[in-house]
Design a protein around this ligand. Structure first.
Ligand code: ZN
Length: 627
């Protein structure tokens, strides 16, 4: 067995910026005091309680209690083992990890992370395929299709389009030559195994590499080019593998990530060529699902990118066909998450053209116009509903209103319901009172229960804590909590005073235990994002780790600038309290001592010394607080 050297794990923590890691998945905004905040990726929430402290290399969610360092974050969000997460981060910062042997020396060398290997294989595969498209003569039909769809070589290269050779052996041979194992190719979905051996998963197909938000290739979309293709389906995607999860994948998200953030807009189209057409036309926020319907996981990815000032203000624009399937999809989306629905728009091309066809026929400008002609989803659904009625007939108008008010069932915001009802009245051409009456009638049959359930599920209560941990939240321990924060967030500033602290200066057992581990580790003399994670590792038990996590991220009422003054003051305050406790003890002993006894003078001397010490600490804390 081999394991990664401890000092290399530490190096990874120091070099990796946790906010940069988290920002691959969650948009963070500055929350003051050096902290950053976003929507928690580990539970469903509408207001951000997910805190990240770059200087401490730590994150903590006050909603669900999730917390840890950058390694833990990657483990949790990607479902990786510890070593795999470390390897992934090391890759990101260009650090060559060293391994040391543990246990049986004759055992096989540990596989340095399956995920890393699969990603490396996909990267190599994408490069290989891309090289084929514009060089291999057999790829001519592929090149023709690229041109026919209105793309030049530069566009194909931007999306790293590729060609899977017909032979069925080329990629396998190439990757085997690079040292990838048979098993890696099969598990990664790049090759298949048959009785006659290994053969390429895609043969004679035009390819689009599917990438993660970070830009890493995790699979391929493949278009059929030949009639004798052994695979059925015009388009085939990589099947589920350890790195490819279709319910979360959005094609183009690697390129669209930053534009989506900046513009607070995402355009969801249907195919690979539609994404390309949009990007070519200047709609840089376009993405597509890969062989699956747009679902809650996809919505979550987009929502996290578009977080803006505590709330989700972005708009998601779907390009639906005007056809039956598109309408069904729209109605289904309408019945989903209400907040998401409220910001959902539909861009419908009247002739039923997708963005790629539209660009071919009418050019880039037409694609931009299509997107800017978006209408709110509710209006689109309303239009589709009303279309089924002949609004020139009185009886049909009543049926239309009855049908339309049902659409408000999924809208919880009363003001929005009212606006919607007024729109129905206008569109149908009827009195608003009639619409209100139908709405009231519909409401009487409407079960109210599911709403409450959904609200309850949305924000889970934090897990109950054992009594000792709960008591640490009591007001009398506020100074100790503040001191832990000072130590965790600004250890290099707290250090000079912390050097004089003893275990007794902390009263609460939780604070004392964490302090003991901090002291054992030694306080860093300068900013060190690897320190808190290292202390966290050493702590026995998740509850202690969680308290440390909170201390590392909870705002201190001190900005990075004022920390120089505030932190020593907080530490001095802790010392002062501790000295006060000793003074109380000594005074009590003094009261119980006979003034004529010889030990009285000794105890009295202790009291004087303590009072002196207290004054010193107080002066120091005041001195530190001066500008
Ligand atoms: Zn959370």
């Amino acid at each position: 067995m081999a394991r990664i050297k401890d000092e290399d794990i530490q190096l990874v923590r120091e070099r990796v910026r946790i906010d940069e890691v988290v920002e691959q998945y969650v948009t963070l905004r500055n929350a003051g005091g050096g902290a950053r905040k976003g929507l928690c990726p580990f539970h469903d929430e509408r207001t951000p309680s997910f805190n990240v402290r770059p200087a401490q290399g730590f994150y903590h969610c006050f909603g669900c209690g999730a917390g840890g360092d950058s390694i833990k974050f990657i483990m949790e969000i990607e479902g990786l083992a510890f070593a795999e997460a470390v390897e992934r981060l090391a890759d990101k910062v260009g650090l060559q990890l060293r391994y040391e042997e543990t246990g049986a020396p004759t055992g096989p060398r540990r596989d340095p992370g399956q995920r890393q290997r699969l990603l490396a294989a996909h990267k190599a595969a994408a490069q290989f395929y891309a090289g084929q498209l514009f060089s291999a003569s057999e790829a001519a039909p592929g090149r023709r299709l690229v041109t026919d769809r209105g793309f030049d070589q530069a566009a194909a290269e931007l999306f790293q389009m590729g060609w899977a050779p017909k032979s069925g052996q080329a990629l396998t041979a190439h990757l085997r030559g690079m040292g990838f194992t048979e098993q890696e190719l099969v598990v990664g979905g790049l090759a298949r195994k048959s009785a006659r051996g290994l053969f390429d998963a895609f043969q004679g197909r035009l390819l689009w590499p599917i990438k993660e938000i970070s830009g890493e290739v995790i699979g391929f979309g493949a278009r059929r080019m030949f009639d004798d293709d052994f695979m059925s389906g015009k388009y085939v995607n990589t099947s589920e593998t350890p790195i490819y999860k279709k319910t979360q994948v959005l094609y183009g998200i690697d390129l669209a990530r930053d534009p989506i953030r900046k513009q607070s807009q995402a355009v969801v189209v249907e195919g690979y060529t539609d994404v390309m057409a949009c990007h070519q036309a200047g709609i840089l926020t376009a993405v597509a699902t890969c062989g699956t319907a747009f679902g809650e996981s996809h919505a979550r990815v987009l929502r996290r990118l578009m977080l803006d000032h505590d709330a989700f203000h972005g708009e998601v624009i779907f390009t639906f066909d005007g056809d039956e399937a598109g309408q069904k999809a729209a109605v289904k989306a309408f019945e989903g998450d209400e907040e998401f629905t409220g910001q959902t728009y539909v861009a419908v091309e009247p002739r039923g053209m997708d963005p790629c066809d539209l660009r071919l026929t009418d050019g880039d400008e037409a694609v931009r116009e299509l997107i800017s002609s978006r209408i709110p989803l509710y209006r689109f659904v309303l239009d589709n509903t009303l279309e089924r009625y002949d609004l020139d007939r009185g009886d049909q108008r009543i049926d239309a209103v009855r049908d339309a008010v049902r659409l408000t069932a999924s809208v919880r915001d009363a003001s929005k319901v009212d606006a919607f009802l007024r729109e129905i009245a206008t569109r149908v051409g009827t009195d608003i009172d009639l619409v209100h009456a139908e709405h009231r009638k519909a409401g009487q049959h409407k079960p109210a229960a599911p709403r409450a359930t959904r609200a309850a599920v949305a924000e889970p209560e934090p897990a109950p804590e054992p009594a000792v941990f709960a008591s640490f939240g009591a007001p009398q321990f506020a100074d100790e909590r503040e001191a832990l924060k000072a130590l965790a967030q600004f250890p290099h500033l707290a250090g000079p005073i912390a050097a004089e602290l003893t275990d007794e200066d902390f009263v609460h057992p939780v604070a004392r235990e964490i302090w003991r581990h901090m002291a054992a580790r030694g306080l860093p003399t300068g900013p060190d994002s690897g320190w808190v994670p290292a202390v966290s590792d050493a702590l026995p038990g998740d509850d202690l780790r969680r308290v440390l996590g909170v201390a590392a991220v909870e705002p201190m009422h001190a900005s990075e600038q004022s920390a120089v003054a505030v932190v020593p003051a907080v530490m001095a305050r802790l010392q002062e309290l501790s000295i006060q406790r000793s003074i109380a003890d000594v005074k009590s002993r003094l009261q119980r001592t006979d003034p004529t006894a010889p030990e009285y003078q000794e105890v009295f001397g202790q009291l004087v010394a303590l009072e002196q010490r207290r004054r010193g600490v107080r002066e120091r804390s005041l001195g530190a607080a001066a500008p």
